[in-house]
Design a protein around this ligand. Sequence first.
Ligand code: FE
Ligand code: FE
Length: 195
Amino acid sequence: MLDFITTERKLQSALSIERYIHTMGVVKTALKMADTFQADRYKVQAAALLHDCAKDYPPDMKRRFCKEFHVNVDEIMLNCIDLTHAFLGAEVARREYGVEDEEILDAIRYHTTGRKNMGIIEKIVFIADYIEPNRKAFDTLEEARKLAFENIDTAMAFILKSTIDFVNERKRPLHPLSVEAFEYYSGIVKLGGNI
Ligand code: FE
Ligand code: FE
């Protein structure tokens, strides 16, 4: 089991102040969601706490650690090195923070791109990352905050759509995992008649 106090202390030196504040916001929101959806509070807290643990590594360090930790870096991540922070973060959580639980590691690994058929811990961290209270207001934030506690799959579809639109508007490369995830969740939501 992770000692959260020690982990928080370690994160404080690995992250910028803003990132640390963001992280604590994600933990708070994720735990609220864990209670709403009866998810394992320990796993949710561990994954939320560590989700951005590799985000503030400088680009060269990200590249080097990806190599060293055998993180698969595809073409899209190579062009947008920041995208590796989720996949690399899972490996850093395993090696530097001693996390062994695959559910926690997957939640860290897929918190940026999403993927189809995510587990409850993965969905909670993905959504909490988007809606945490320290996020500056933007168009789709209030709707996402509302959906997050009403229907978690609708929230997934909504946030994935907003993220895809955002990336496309900026003409940045879109990760295929996100497209796959959006197709999957918008399909589920349609079946359920919620959108
Ligand atoms: Fe992140
Ligand atoms: Fe984050």
